[in-house]
Design a protein around this ligand. Structure first.
Ligand code: TTJ
Length: 638
């Protein structure tokens, strides 16, 4: 073994060999322990270490967690908890510190902290981080002293030693990811900051700070209300109905925490967590919550005669329109299921959440009749709108407005009738549309020019959207219908490509179209059918040769490659319309040459949020947003 560094004072016994073999296995197959060795896997190292500090906070022993991205590329995580014990254990001859950092899966064995933040890819233990770090330094502040131990690829370089005095208490881990293991060792501030914000919401009362020493970036998160603050944050831009309802209860199955608040939009946001891990595919806790929500609101509405005898019960969709909710559970043995391990499988959590939430929410409604009436009012409005929309749609369909309607005149269709090879370009503006029509491959590429702002989806309902001409054209061209008549099997093009200018208006229209897809044609995004074209930013001409470049970095690279006295000219494309048909084909539409972005659900979700901020009915947040992002927006337009 290459990495068997023994310490002279320690017996090199069977235990030690086992430890080293364990860590060796981690280095051999890192993906098995942290999912991947790409940038996501790299960040798992941070989550893993931070989770330990959060555990200490959840156990009630620490109030701050500091994450530092150091100038030298290492990451430090420090808490002000009890400090991992450093005295030698009689039997093992090792300190708890060394055991935590060298024995696989040792994390959960220490202390009886109840619900450890562990499961799925997490909780594999800090020893995994140690094994995948070229260097790791552990410091424990305890009993007035600084205790320290250093490791290289998991091997202790010496025993724990005292290196100074301190008044502090806590644990600090600094690690250097091994660049022979990872594709990249460049930590991303935004990724770390987003995760820490979320962790701060989920662990109320703890202050999490992030400081990026590479660029002086500093953030601090503290949310007194925990998930209650999270809901307030998510509803920040919206006109809310009633207060945030907040419930926290410990039951034999674990801890159930729910926060919810309605707003007057039509959107549903429910985020669920198990042991602070985002369960993006929901699972048992989500099912329990949804069942309880529908049941509770219906029985409250009946009991208080807010639903008349002749009225039908509210359906699940009605009670979730305009709902923002967080469901967070803590449990002893979480089972994460599904392809991405994003679904909580523990059946006992369904009944636990259902009972706890139904009881508490019923009580809340009884005690806050005004909120109760507001919520039921919102839900019955949703029900009425649902029925009205259905009636409107039925009329539209009867009139044949969508079904069997002829393709829009503005559509320059392709000749192929094979969806798998057909592409639909949604192009902003008529002049760019003209270039695209002339430059395209007529057999497989169809062009649909959209004029101006199509419409404000946020303030429209399904039945109104059907009436908008530009949207109607788009839906008819795609062939899939909308709402209940949506049928993905009828999609006429397997690539739907949004092609807009690289300026503010272009970004705006793209946001709009993405929002439309996100809210009404989500299966098209999930199916990977939606793309964003990448037109070049510059043309660099040198004699007869032309380079098309897609970013400022790329431009710099090309220019660097030129000899000193080279004569060249640079043209910045402000709009697609500035390119002639041939250029547009060469740079953006030729399948052999082009690069496109496939739209992921997160992109669309982000667009949806930006959209809310830009288009929502409230003015203040919009102003704030534009001020905060003024720089970024401007950059798009230079
Ligand atoms: C164990 O039981 C005795 C008191 O301390 C308990 C403990 O493990 N505390 C603890 C661990 N606090 N902080 C950590 C920790 C912090 C970081 C940043 C990283 C790691 C691996 C552990």
């Amino acid at each position: 073994m290459a990495n068997t560094v023994t310490t002279p004072t320690q017996d090199y016994g069977a235990d030690q060999i086992q430890v080293l073999e364990g860590l060796q296995a981690v280095r051999k197959r890192p993906g098995m322990y942290i999912g991947s060795t790409d940038v996501t896997g790299l960040h798992h190292l941070v989550w893993e270490i931070v989770d330990n500090a959060i555990d200490e906070a959840m156990a009630g022993f620490c109030t701050t967690v500091d994450v530092i991205i150091n100038k030298d590329g290492s990451v430090s995580v420090e808490d002000n908890g009890r400090g991992i014990p450093v005295d030698k254990h009689k039997k093992t001859g090792k300190s708890a510190l060394e055991t935590v950092l060298t024995v696989l899966h040792a994390g959960g064995k220490f202390g009886d902290g109840g619900y450890k933040v562990s499961g799925g890819l997490h909780g594999v233990g800090s020893s995994v981080v140690n094994a995948l770090s070229s260097k790791l330094i552990a410091e424990v502040y305890r009993d007035g002293k600084i205790h320290s131990q250093e490791y290289k690829i998991g091997d202790p370089q010496h025993e724990v030693k005292v290196i100074g005095k301190t008044e502090k208490r806590g644990t600090k881990i600094t690690f250097y990811p091994d660049k022979s293991i990872f594709d990249t060792i460049d930590f991303n501030t935004e990724t770390i900051t987003n995760r820490m914000r979320q962790q701060a919401y989920l662990t109320k009362g703890v202050t999490i700070s992030i400081s990026d020493e590479r660029n002086d970036g500093k953030y601090r998160f503290y949310f007194e209300g925990g998930v209650k603050s999270y809901v307030q944050h998510l509803n920040n831009n919206k006109e809310v109905i009633g207060d945030v309802v907040y419930i926290e209860k410990e039951v034999p199955e674990g801890i159930v925490e729910v926060a919810l608040q309605y707003n007057n939009s039509f959107q549903e946001i429910i985020y669920t967590f198990a042991n602070n891990i985002n369960t993006i595919d929901g699972g048992m806790h989500l099912t329990g919550f949804k069942t309880a929500l529908t049941r509770t609101i219906n029985s409250y509405a009946r009991k208080n005669e807010l639903l008349k005898e002749k009225d039908d019960n509210l359906i699940a969709d009605d009670v979730r329109e305009g709902l923002t909710a967080i469901v967070s559970v803590k449990l002893a043995n979480p089972q994460f299921e599904g392809q991405t391990k994003g679904k909580l499988g523990n059946a006992e959590m369904r009944t636990a959440v259902e009972t706890v939430f139904a009881d508490a929410f019923t009580e809340y409604l009884e005690e806050h009749p005004q909120d109760g009436r507001g919520i039921v009012g919102k839900c019955t409005l949703a029900a009425r709108a649902r029925m009205a929309a259905r009636a409107a749609r039925d009329t539209v369909i009867r009139k044949g407005a969508l079904e069997g309607m002829t393709l829009p005149g503005k559509l320059a269709d392709c000749s192929s009738r094979e969806p798998a090879e057909s592409e639909l370009y949604i192009v902003e503006g008529d002049s760019a549309g003209g270039s695209a029509k002339q430059g395209r491959d007529r057999h497989t590429q169809a062009i649909l020019p959209l004029r101006g702002k199509i419409l404000n989806v946020e303030q429209s309902r399904l039945d109104k959207i059907l009436g908008n001409n530009e949207v109607k054209n788009l839906i008819i061209a795609m062939g899939v219908g909308i709402g209940e008549s949506f049928d993905i099997a009828r999609l006429r093009y397997h690539k739907v490509i949004i092609m807009t200018d690289a300026d503010v208006d272009g970004a705006h229209i793209r946001t709009l179209i993405l929002t439309l897809f996100y809210r009404y044609f989500k299966p098209l995004i999930d199916g990977g059918f939606i793309y964003i074209a990448q037109p070049p930013l510059y043309k660099i001409a040198q004699g007869k040769a032309a380079h098309y470049v897609y970013s400022d970095e790329e431009k710099a690279k090309v220019l660097k490659g030129f000899s000193k006295d080279a004569k060249y000219s640079i043209q910045r494309y402000k709009g697609l319309g500035e390119m002639n048909p041939e250029q547009l084909w060469d740079t953006t539409m030729d399948p052999a040459n082009r690069s496109m972005l496939k739209v992921m659900i997160e992109d669309a979700e982000k667009a949806d949020q930006v959209f809310d901020t830009l288009m929502g009915s409230e003015v203040m947040p919009r102003k704030k947003f534009i001020q905060a992002y003024a720089k970024k927006v401007k950059n798009l337009d230079i």
